[in-house]
Design a protein around this ligand. Sequence first.
Ligand SMILES: [Zn+2]
Length: 112
Amino acid sequence: MSIIEHELGEPNMFEKEFLKPMYAKSNLKFQKKFQENPLGFECNVCDRLWFLNDLDDVISKTNCIELLSKEFPEENVENFKACSNCLAALKKTKIPNMSRSNGFKYPLPELA
Ligand SMILES: [Zn+2]
């Protein structure tokens, strides 16, 4: 269902003939960017939530498996997916500042 159909009910002849083709490209873009790209996937390094397409496999994009293994010794870092911010740091063989290993975890620890 397009945005026009969703918001206004059944499209009339004008909408079908004129508006729908005009918005077809936008509808397709919206569909790919949001409907087929769910939100709520965590970066395994910084623990922030992202759209699925915003995350990439660390193993295919960087050469930092050994570095990450030292930082997260009890986890299988070969399966890590990371956001572009974390990947940029990892490509420079640096642990990102916002890394879970630096205390940026969710949920937050209880304050005494
Ligand atoms: Zn990240």
